[in-house]
Design a protein. Structure first.
Length: 405
């Protein structure tokens, strides 16, 4: 069967769907997290494991999916990953214990690794480094649109039909995306590497990637920025619903407004890259991140505990996140056009292992505060904002220059 080449619009759509699997897997799920914790008779720390186990599996799986895609192509990996995600999502719907749910969520993480790794590799397959940053920002704009829909939808489904229906919607999204991949996705890898899975070659490839300063500059940027976001995602449902008294539907709407700020940030990213270049754009976004995270933490320590005291600074953080993620994700793979899958997998592994540590820490902190404080959330946001700004102002400025090819 011969397929027509994908148009630029199809490329953006696929990037949006593949990258959007992350907010689908988290934002649809978060409003239901307190309810399923109660229903399954679990603790908050166990509930956090449903997120952190998924992310840890997500991180490790990319180390496999990346080289496999360099060997066999992006298309078979993406189709297999989305099919597996749909099956794992159905399994989570029927989980009767928290331990069982954790296992199904971890399997979803394995499958999600194929989708997100593949999206980053596709961008490098098709574009040079500077164009890749702009293309990635378009895909992440699509991610933001998906996040705007998923957060209130998750809250509404959970309020109306319970947490199992919210989890079932993940399977629907994955199945529809898988069908679209089968019929419309055209392979982007022009030259498969038949040696990509040989241990000696794989070790040499990862060593080369790990020794490259540009990889580290942008991998650290995307990792610290994601850890700040994950701090909010992992703690906010408990803080907003249990501490600040918001309904699950209202919480979902707040997350939607956060996603809107992120979308604006991705649009700004595309414009600023053309005018200022990547490094200067990242430096400016780092300043906004520091101001936003610092303000959130300072307000909490001053005793201002309200939704607005968290959300107003968060909007600034998300505007900057809309710059850091497309620049970080495209920049980390930019030096490796012949090993984009491996570079994408290694950077994704770093990001998810760090997020696993954040989730574990937050579970302990939320439990130690008895679920009655905003400080685990606001302290974490302040901490990561400092590290994001430091990364943007140091290693990215020193090692982050991107070529045009």
């Amino acid at each position: 069967m011969t397929r027509a080449p994908m148009s630029a619009r199809w490329v953006v759509l696929f990037l949006s769907l593949l990258l959007g699997l992350q907010p689908v897997a988290t934002d649809l799920y978060l409003p239901a997290l307190p309810a399923l914790t109660l229903d399954l008779g679990a603790s908050m720390s166990q509930a956090q494991l449903t997120l952190t186990a998924m992310l840890l599996a997500f991180g490790f799986s990319q180390l496999v999916w990346g080289p496999v895609s360099d060997r066999w192509g992006r298309r078979p990996v993406l189709i297999a990953g989305m099919g597996l995600f749909a099956l794992a999502a159905l399994g989570s719907v029927w989980a009767q214990t928290m331990d069982g749910l954790i296992v199904w969520r971890a399997l979803q993480g394995v499958a999600m690794g194929a989708a997100v790794m593949g999206a980053r590799a596709i961008v490098r397959d098709l574009y040079g480094p500077l164009d890749a940053a702009r293309a990635m920002s378009k895909g992440l704009t699509g991610l933001g649109v998906i996040a705007c829909i998923t957060a209130p939808l998750g809250g509404w489904l959970s309020d109306q039909w319970g947490w199992r229906m919210a989890l079932a919607s993940l399977a629907v999204f994955a199945a529809l995306t898988c069908v679209l991949l089968v019929f419309r996705f055209e392979e982007t890898l022009r030259h498969r590497n038949p040696q990509a899975l040989q241990w000696r070659v794989l070790g040499r490839t990862w060593s080369t990637i790990g020794a490259h300063p540009t990889f580290w500059a942008y991998a650290l940027l995307m990792t610290t920025s994601y850890c700040g976001l994950f701090t909010f995602l992992a703690a906010s449902s408990f803080v907003f619903i249990d501490v600040l008294g918001e309904s699950k539907t209202a919480y979902g709407l707040w997350v939607t407004t956060m996603s809107m700020a992120y979308i604006v940030g991705t649009f700004g990213c595309r414009r600023l890259i053309v005018r200022w270049g990547v490094q200067r754009t990242v430096a400016a976004a780092g300043g906004l991140t520091l101001i936003s995270g610092g303000t959130m933490a300072a307000l909490a320590w001053a005793g201002v505990h309200s939704v607005w005291a968290i959300m107003l600074p968060l909007y600034g953080f998300m505007l900057a996140h809309g710059v850091h993620q497309p620049c970080g994700q495209s920049g980390a793979v930019s030096p490796f056009p012949q090993a984009a899958g491996a570079a994408s997998s290694l950077s994704g592994f770093m990001m998810m292992v760090a997020a696993f540590g954040v989730g574990t820490w937050l579970g302990v902190q939320l439990a130690s505060h008895g679920g009655g404080s905003v400080l685990p959330l606001t302290n974490g946001m302040g901490f990561w904002s400092v590290l994001i700004a430091a990364t943007a102002w140091t290693v990215v400025q020193r090692h982050g220059k991107l070529s045009r090819t």
